[in-house]
Design a binder for this molecule. Structure first.
Ligand code: PLP
Length: 409
């Protein structure tokens, strides 16, 4: 296990990875002595009650009191359930999502045998509303997936505009907030993102991942439906699972059968310690992350060696390294990544459409060109305290990488 990156450390600023909260770890470990199964009350009475309570708090964060929801093994399975329900209600209709949406939406649609179409992203990485409007006008769209916090860029799709289109065309809206959902609690979002989060309660279904920004060990996603009546689609008559009572068994409203009750115990305990309220300690952590991202972006935007095309909407920063061509910039990003790692700063690389950058960033850029960029997910509050240190290492790594390029010439 020594062969890992130091995910806990502020200088690990690459992918969406961090250790769970100590409360979550302790609660999970304690629950392991029982190893409850949240499929049925027979398998986990206390942990099922904790799941119901914890999920109610998450739904409350989005403004829902009446809803149907439960935990899942992760965001992919939660999205699968949401799109499965959508397909039950609107069979054969298209699922559409932005080109920057999570790659699994297309694959899930294929598993569910629902036709899928990608909507191009605009230059901020959000779903392009003109493209969406003309796509839904074709009349065969059943569900629009709106991503609040894309995995690559942390972009927030314009939910209010999608809601306006729904008035006209009557499709379902599924909000994929696996990564960004908890930013509902952050008090320092820009106005546009704020407006999207404020309307989240009008979605038909929502997915959020407690194992991303919710301080949980892996194996914890959450799916919520605005209409509790969708529970009818889950009906099945297993002859062996439900004996103890007429009370709700979570397995009756879930596609998965066995699930770790320990996940619910860890989540419940964490939310006891850090309630999901605006202005609370948990919300302040998210605010610190966004502030760190804004600071890093500001410094990158002021650097002659970097192209920082958009202000981060959440806590993910993406930038390119200047170069004559897309190929040169891509190679330089890789070199900066390596030089940063040599300085114990762990960043990530991501492929982005060159069209996200200002016209003329590269002379040769073809229409569908992609460029390798650096990406930093600043999801630990400590990133803010460490920002000077992080920036110094980014700067040094960039200088070192560019100096090597000059030498080679
Ligand atoms: C991470 C992520 C997913 C997939 O969730 P997993 O928990 O990794 O299965 C889906 N959508 C978005 C926006 C994500 O960031």
């Amino acid at each position: 296990m020594r062969d890992n990156y130091p995910y806990f450390h502020p200088l690990y600023a690459g992918q969406m990875l961090k250790p769970p909260h100590p409360v979550a770890r302790a609660a999970y470990a304690m629950a392991m002595a029982v190893n409850p199964n949240n499929h049925a009350l027979d398998g986990g009475r206390a942990s099922s009650a904790m799941e119901i309570e914890a999920v109610r708090e998450i739904a409350g964060m989005f403004g829902w009191r009446e809803f149907l929801g439960h935990l899942t093994s992760g965001g992919t399975f939660a999205n699968l359930e949401a799109l499965w329900v959508a397909g039950q209600i609107l069979p054969g209709k298209h699922v559409v999502a932005s080109a920057q949406a999570h790659y699994t939406h297309q694959r899930i649609s294929s598993v569910l045998k629902l036709p899928f179409a990608a909507i191009p992203a605009d230059r901020w990485g959000r779903m392009n509303m003109e493209a969406l409007a003309s796509r839904v006008a074709e009349g065969d769209v059943g569900t629009v997936v709106v991503t609040l916090g894309t995995t690559g860029l942390g972009a927030v799709d314009p939910l209010p505009e999608v809601l306006a289109l729904r008035e006209q065309y009557g499709f379902r809206i599924h909000v994929d907030a696996a990564y960004g959902g908890y930013f509902k609690l952050a008090g320092n979002l820009a106005a546009e993102a704020r407006r999207a989060y404020e309307r989240i309660a009008e979605a038909d279904s929502i997915v959020v991942d407690p194992h991303k920004h919710g301080l949980q060990p892996y194996g914890c996603g959450c799916v919520l439906f605005r209409d509790p009546a969708v529970g009818r689609f889950y009906k099945h008559d297993s002859p062996y699972t439900y004996f103890t009572s007429g009370e709700l068994h979570l397995g009756e409203i879930s596609l998965e059968c066995s699930r770790a009750g320990a996940s619910a115990v860890a989540l419940w305990a964490t939310q006891q310690a850090l309630p999901l309220v605006t202005g609370g300690e948990f919300a302040q952590g998210l605010e610190a992350s966004r502030k760190a991202a804004l600071l890093l972006h500001e410094r990158l935007a002021g650097s002659p060696d970097c192209l920082a095309p958009m202000e981060p909407e959440l806590d993910i920063v993406v930038w390119a390294v200047r170069g004559e061509s897309v190929e040169e910039s891509s190679a330089r990003a890789q070199a900066v990544f390596d030089e940063a790692a040599a300085r114990d700063l762990h960043l990530a690389l991501v492929q982005m459409p060159a069209s996200l950058f200002a016209a003329g960033a590269w002379r040769d850029a073809q229409e569908n060109a992609t460029v390798t960029c650096l990406r930093s997910v600043l999801m630990k509050p400590e990133h803010l305290v460490w920002m000077d240190e992080i920036w110094n290492r980014v700067k040094d790594a960039t200088h070192a990488a560019l100096a090597k390029v000059k030498e080679e010439r």
